[in-house]
Write a protein that binds this ligand. Structure first.
Ligand SMILES: [Zn+2]
Length: 132
């Protein structure tokens, strides 16, 4: 994908994504816990943005959080951005793709070493690219 994803309008995104991908990436939705096949993905490789293909997380930063969502202790440097999300009567830190702005999930300060961070991601917002 080489086109400029920062200029796509809502209709173009709708065309590009599945209904569930659109709901999560463009409308800040959350997939149902335990529904993503990426939860069980244990191969070496890279998790990329389903919206624009940007590489977001390496498989060696993935851990089993028990939440039902694919979880990582760190993103690939510069791959994601964060902002405060005050919806649902609480303040959480929202995580989005630094390239296309697609909503990926949230980050919480209760993750494992070495970062102590837990990037709780929607599997539907990503695709897995096995190494090699
Ligand atoms: Zn993206």
């Amino acid at each position: 994908m080489t086109d400029d994803v920062t200029t796509l309008d809502e209709a173009a995104w709708r065309e590009r994504l599945s209904a569930e991908q659109f709901r999560v990436l463009r409308k800040h939705g959350t997939e149902r816990a335990g529904t993503s096949p990426l939860n069980a993905e244990k191969r070496a490789g890279t998790f990329a943005c389903a919206g624009c293909g940007q590489e977001l997380f390496a498989s060696d930063a993935k851990f089993e959080s028990g939440t039902g969502w694919p979880s990582f202790f760190a993103p690939i440097e510069g791959a994601v951005g964060t902002m405060k999300d005050r919806s649902l009567f609480m303040t959480r830190t929202e995580v989005h793709c630094a390239r296309c702005g697609g909503h990926l999930g949230h980050v919480f300060p209760d993750g494992p070493a070495p970062t102590g961070q837990r990037y709780c991601m929607n599997g539907v917002a990503m695709r897995f690219e096995p190494k090699g």
